[in-house]
Design a protein around this ligand. Structure first.
Ligand code: F3S
Length: 387
């Protein structure tokens, strides 16, 4: 490939992957079975990103492994309803057109693990921190938190540097995390939520491979890990009873440094992303994108309620949307289910959102950094009391 046998684009892509590998001290490259490209929202990557993707596609570069794509700045069907200017929508569609030309599947979701779950031990190259954390921690696949452009070159060359979480030795736990009883009690009582605990853990631990000695209900793992990814550079959490690799380390746990998450930690961490906003403009659910089951559950609550108190925005994949069938008449016109995007990667300034209630600590973190006022609450409370 480096000699140009598979074309100039593949030669250049591999050359970049080799250079990155050398800089990281990798002993070799490994073959990857899939790639997930993040950083595709025109709002985030702008003209420079668009040009890079367009130039690659037009130079003949093609993905050689299953390649999926993260959410974009627009719902490709409802962008007018979102209030997004045509100029931005067209730029976004141009990015997507060229990714598709290179052979990407237009999944446009941050939950590729629901559509194409990799097997345990499989080497993959995924961007998007929540997807990386899920693939490593829940499925036992192997990937680092790859940067946007690097994934493109890995997807073209089908190779990635053998470093970090790709290596068995780097997947060992570095710290034992215990959750104090009063935090558990608040979780049981619905005062705290799992994303709040994930956000706190990320802030407190920061890096490495924490071993969480606390079982998380399976349906809560996605939101928990997304929050860890938002507040830290962690790419793998070994969760008792969830992670396939957790079991083999139970004997060495007493050798690890131990930290505790207490209520003060949670209060301090969450005070940065959550405050009381009585007059919120909207409720946002779906960060990470809602699975078909979550979407069905939320839509049944909404259908039962009839009229909603607040504008409600759901974000999900088109794949999930196609699996849930609800007629428009059943749902209040205050609810909009967006596919292909979320309000974090969309140009939110056109959507009239200044104060948002969400169940996602990750969304709250990024929205706060854009100047939106946020309140994080457990989903159950939002569905029962806030909608
Ligand atoms: Fe997905 Fe957007 Fe959240 S891309 S993880 S819904 S910030």
């Amino acid at each position: 490939m480096l000699e140009g046998e598979r074309g100039e684009a593949a030669r250049k892509a591999l050359e970049i992957v080799v250079k990155v590998g050398e800089a990281l001290g990798a002993e070799k490259l490994v073959k990857i079975s899939s790639a997930h490209v993040s950083g595709v929202s025109y709002v985030n990557i702008g003209e420079a990103g668009l040009e890079l993707i367009r130039d690659l596609a037009l130079s003949g570069a093609r993905f050689t492994v299953l390649t999926t794509v993260n959410p974009t700045a627009i719902d490709t069907e409802k962008w007018r309803e979102m209030g997004i200017p045509q100029e931005i929508a067209l730029k976004q569609l141009d990015i997507l057109k060229h990714l598709e030309l290179m052979g990407a599947q237009m999944t446009l979701t941050c939950t590729p693990y629901l559509l194409h779950p990799p097997a345990e031990g499989e080497q993959i190259a995924w961007g998007e921190s929540n997807a990386v954390l899920y693939a490593n921690s829940v499925l036992g696949a192997r990937t680092n938190r790859e940067g946007g452009p690097l994934v493109l070159f890995e997807a073209i060359s089908g190779r990635a540097p053998y470093v970090g979480l790709r290596r068995e030795e780097e997947r060992k736990p570095t710290l034992l995390v215990e959750v104090d009883e009063d935090v558990r009690e608040r979780l049981r009582n619905g005062v705290y939520s799992y994303p709040m605990i994930g956000y706190t853990l990320g802030l407190k631990v920061g890096r490495g491979v924490p071993f969480l000695n606390f079982k998380i209900p399976f349906e809560e793992v996605k939101g928990f890990l997304a929050a860890v990814g938002a507040s830290s550079s962690i790419g793998l959490v070994l969760i008792k009873g969830v992670s396939p690799e957790a079991e083999k380390y139970t004997e060495v746990l007493n050798e690890l440094e131990e930290i505790h998450i207490d209520t003060e930690d949670v209060e301090t961490a969450c005070s940065k992303i959550s405050a009381d906003y009585e007059e919120a403009d909207a409720v946002f659910l779906g960060c990470p994108h809602l699975s078909p089951r979550e979407l069905e559950e939320i839509l049944s609550v909404i259908a039962e309620k009839g009229e909603l108190k607040r504008r409600t925005i759901l974000s999900t994949s088109r794949w999930a949307l196609e699996r849930v069938h609800r007629s428009k008449e059943e749902l209040s016109d205050k609810v909009i289910a967006l596919a292909d995007t979320c309000i974090v990667v969309a140009p939110i300034e056109y959507m009239g959102l200044k104060k948002v209630i969400t169940d996602s600590a990750k969304a709250a973190y990024y929205l706060s950094s854009k100047g939106v006022k946020t309140t994080v609450l457990p989903r159950k409370k939002i569905l029962e009391e806030i909608l």
